[in-house]
Structure formats: C-alpha cells, structure tokens
Design a protein around this ligand. Structure first.
Ligand code: HEM
Length: 500
C-alpha cells in the first residue's frame, strides 16, 4: 500500500471519528441507539431490511427510540395511537418537505431555487379534486381501454404470457401518463390511438429502468455501470417529457397545465422543467402499478375473494342499462358501490404499502404520546413513522396479520369496517398507505378510482390466470422499504386473453 493511500485512509478515519463524536441521551429524550460503527451507525442494517431492523429495535427499546443512521439521528415512533399528533403538527415544527427536496436533488437532479412547497400545493391540490377529479377519472377509463384492449387486439387472439407486475405496472402507468400528460390527438383516431400506445410504451419501459435502480440511487450506492445506465435513461426521459414535446399534446390535464404554469412563474428553465416532470411521473405513477399487482395476485391466489369481487361486479352490471362495451365511462356512483373491491384494495395496501412518513424536526420539541408520556425531540433530527409495522402488521390489531383476508374491511352487513382496536382503544389510523394529516396523498381519490377501473376492465374483458396455480406469493424486494408500495423480489408469470 502506498504512503499516500495509507495517509488518505487515516485522514478519512480521523474525520469519521471526529464527525461521530457520540452524543448522549439527555433526560426526557427517547432511548438512543448509535450502533457500533462510527457515523454510519445502523445505516447498513437499515438499508438492507428496514422492517426487520426496526422490529428488532422495537423489541429492544419499545415504541419510540432514536437511532443513528448515516450521520443522522432518526427518532422512530411506532405507536399508532400517537401518530395523529405528528401528522397534524404545523410545518414550522415538523416539516415534510425538507426531505422531499433532498430526494428531488439526489434522485432526479432537480434544483428549484425559488420553490415554495406550499404555493405549489395550493396550485396543484384543486386539480385533483371535484370536477377536475371527475375529468381525470373519465380520461383514465378511456386511456385504460386504449392501452389494455388495443394492445391485446393488436397482439391477436389467443393467450399471451407476461409477468403480472409487468402487466399491471405497464398498463396503469401508460394510461396514467396519457391521462396526466395528454394524448396524441383529439378527436382520437385509429392512428392516434396506435401512436398513444407506442409512445406510452416507450415512456413506461424507460421509466421502469430508472425505477429499478431507484433504491440504490437514493442511497448513493450505484455501481459505475449503473451510473452510466441511469444517465442514459434520465437523458431519454428528459427528452420524452420535455415541455416542448408536451406542448404539442392534446387533452392535457389541468394538473399538468397548473404545474407548468407554476414552474414558469418561479422562473424554472425548460431543461429543469423536464426534470421536474420526470419526478412527477414517478410521484404520480410509481405506486399504482405495484398496488394493482398485489391486488390481482391476492385475488388469483384466493378463489373465494375473486368470486366475491366477480359477483359484486356482475350484480352492478346487471343493474346498468348499457353493456360493458357500450360504456365509455364508469360513473363515480358505480365506482362508489363496490364495497367488496374496496375491502380487497384496503387489505392489499395494508399488506404491501410501506412508506416512511418522515418529518424534519425544525425546533426543539416536546412530543406527547397518547399514553401520557412525553419525549423531547432535538432540532435537526428526523422523525420517522413506519405504519407498516404498526398498525398494518400489528397482531394486536389484526388477527393473523400476514394473511390476506378479502373481507377484513367489511362488516357483516356489507358496509365498510372502520373500527379496529389496540390496547382496548379504538384507532384513528388503522392503516396508512396514503399517509395522513397535512401531507396525506393528494392523489388518493384519483389513484383509488384508477386502480378500481383497471381491475374492473381486466376482470370484465380478460381471462387472467396464473401459469402455475401453486406459485408462492413472492417475497418483497427488501431494498424498497420507505418508497411507498413494495415490489416483489421477482415477477409472477400469468397468461391472459380477451374474453370471447
Ligand atoms: C397507489 C397510489 C399512491 C400511493 C400509495 C400514494 C401514497 C402517498 C404517500 C404515503 C404520501 C406521503 C404522505 C406523508 O408523508 O405524510 C403521498 C404524498 C403525495 N402524493 Fe401520493 N400516492 C399514490 C398516488 C398518487 C397519485 C396518483 C398522485 C397524483 C396524481 C399523488 C400525489 C401526491 C402528492 C402531491 C403528495 C404530496 C402531498 C403534500 O405535499 O403534502 N399520489 N402519497
């Protein structure tokens, strides 16, 4: 080893030791666990399998503790009765956006100098509600039909084989993209629809390459080869979603119009706008496909559940005057009358939605717990809720929490079940796939109606089967804890054909 290298290593070690001057727990603070590696603390275990690591920490310290993770002190709160206080704290105390801005830069190379999250939110929120929501839902139905039925017809009759994740993610993202970012032309023609299918497939396949590398990108652990690939893929996505290209598209959503206007108002140049649009593609489309994958897989593995959903849909259709092929939209009233499918969706999300609900601690803070205890949080630390462990997988709340029970969110009279208990007390938050409070997902209603429309179209128009009916439900890709919906370690082969 050369002297220069040795000196370099010693300097790095010294720096690490200086940086990691250990802090000690002050009275009133949660239990502190800094691990054994200076500065890194528990970063390796956390990144490898956050759910197992946090479960171990909970067994050791209880439902609130502070851990050192890559130079940051993160206070983890796992008592669902205490979540409500956190999610309603004002931004001046617990801030959602600081971490989002950090990820924006690290993953999407995005810098927005005059960015104001609250202005952005004020402009975007109305575009996902009320009349605009209805317009999105209608456009989504049309676009889902274009990609789903069009692709199948183009491919000819008979069975087609594909992975179920690929199937769900592909069709939902492509239709979602066309809905938000616009279509080739209006009125639609046979040629413009074909163009929509080709272009959206290009967007999906390019996006998916980035999506697969996202956990490594967020942790800064890409190999040299991965870095090259990420560069190429991002470059292609920036071109596909450049404002100049989007300007030529028809039937663009209000959501897109308002977002572009906001970026222009704060003086974002066009090349940076394209990056922002790629970030939005991920934020709006990255979870729906995986959610639909798990839902369909649970149905295919549970014949009783599938029969119950089919029964519900057939009953609804028998009450409408049009046949399915005549229906150009799926009215909201119909979408709102599917309690069995709603329960299946809630149960699927309970088992597979694992976002980190992260807030930056902006000032020294006293945090009251629901049981009367109070803990001090330090300014500059990060607070993390992980509802996946509790409430979602908590055996005190859900019997056999690992098991998919399609009617878990149904009362015996068929209405939605909303009462779940822990320590004898009713829970306000018994599942949190959408977050909660000030920063609850703005696209929740649109996402739910999109997933339901997709499942409706698949079940009504296709025969869909597992190629191996005995296939096991795959394990999670453990590197994806924290990003939203989990993805499987590997895909599950299915075959499908258009129903005669
Ligand atoms: C299955 C699909 C989806 C899931 C599971 C999901 C989940 C989430 C979660 C967990 C959060 C963070 C909440 C927090 O930290 O407190 C969030 C935020 C957000 N989501 Fe979604 N989301 C989905 C789809 C969508 C769609 C389709 C859109 C828009 C069209 C959207 C727009 C947003 C926005 C704008 C925020 C930030 C809210 C804020 O700034 O306060 N999401 N979502």
């Amino acid at each position: 080893m050369s002297w220069a290298l040795l000196l370099g290593l010693l300097a790095a070690l010294l720096l690490l030791l200086l940086l990691s001057r250990r802090r000690s727990r002050r009275p009133g603070e949660p239990p502190l666990d800094v691990g054994s590696i200076p500065w890194l603390g528990h970063a390796l275990e956390f990144g490898k399998d956050a759910a197992s690591f946090l479960t171990r920490m909970k067994e050791k310290h209880g439902d609130i503790f502070t851990v050192l993770v890559g130079g940051r002190y993160v206070t983890v709160l796992l008592d669902p009765h205490s979540y409500d206080t956190v999610v309603w704290e004002p931004r001046t105390k617990l801030d959602f956006h600081a971490y989002a801005v950090f990820l924006m830069e690290r993953i999407f190379d995005l810098q927005l100098p005059h960015y104001s999250p609250s202005d952005e939110k004020a402009k975007m929120k109305p575009t996902l509600l009320h009349k605009d929501l209805q317009a999105l839902t209608e456009a989504m139905y049309t676009n889902l039909r274009t990609v789903l039925l069009g692709d199948a017809t183009e491919a000819g009759g008979g069975w087609h084989e594909m992975g179920l994740l690929d199937f769900s993610y592909n069709f939902l993202l492509r239709a979602g993209y066309l809905t938000l970012y616009g279509v080739e032309a209006l009125p639609r023609t046979r040629e413009s629809r074909a163009q929509d299918r080709t272009h959206s497939a290009d967007v999906f396949h390019t996006f998916r390459q980035l999506d697969l590398l996202l956990p490594k990108l967020a942790r800064g652990s890409l190999s040299v080869g991965d870095k090259d690939r990420v560069c190429r893929v991002k470059g292609h996505l920036w071109k596909l979603l450049s404002p100049a290209r989007l300007a030529a598209r028809a039937h663009r959503s209000k959501w897109l119009g308002s977002y572009l206007l906001y970026l222009e108002e704060i003086g974002v140049p066009e090349d940076m706008q394209a990056r922002a649009l790629v970030l939005q593609l991920w934020a709006t489309q990255g979870n729906m496909g995986p959610a639909a994958f798990w839902l369909l897989l649970f149905l295919l593995k549970n014949p009783e559940a599938l029969a119950a959903v089919r029964g519900e849909l057939e009953q609804l259709l028998s009450r409408t005057e049009q046949t399915v092929s005549q229906m150009t939209t799926l009215p909201q009233k119909l979408l709102d009358s599917m309690p069995v499918l709603d329960s299946v969706l809630s149960e699927s999300l309970r088992l597979t939605a694992a976002p980190f609900i992260t807030r930056e601690v902006m000032v020294d803070l006293a945090m009251p717990m629901a049981d009367g205890r109070e803990f001090s949080l330090r300014r500059g630390d990060r607070l993390l809720l992980f509802p996946f462990l509790s409430p979602q997988k908590d055996p005190e709340i859900y019997t056999d929490p690992e098991v998919f029970k399609y009617n878990r969110f149904l009362n015996s009279d068929g209405s939605e079940k909303k009462d779940f208990y822990k320590d004898g007390k009713r829970l306000k938050h018994y599942s949190m796939p959408w977050g909660a409070g000030h920063n609850q997902c703005l696209g929740k209603a649109y996402a739910i109606s999109s997933i339901k429309q997709f499942v409706f179209l698949v079940l009504v128009h296709f025969d869909l089967e597992l190629i191996n009916p005995d296939v096991e439900i795959p394990e999670f890709d453990l590197s994806r804890y924290g990003f939203g919906l989990m993805q499987p370690e590997h895909d599950v082969p299915v075959r499908y054909r258009v129903r005669p």
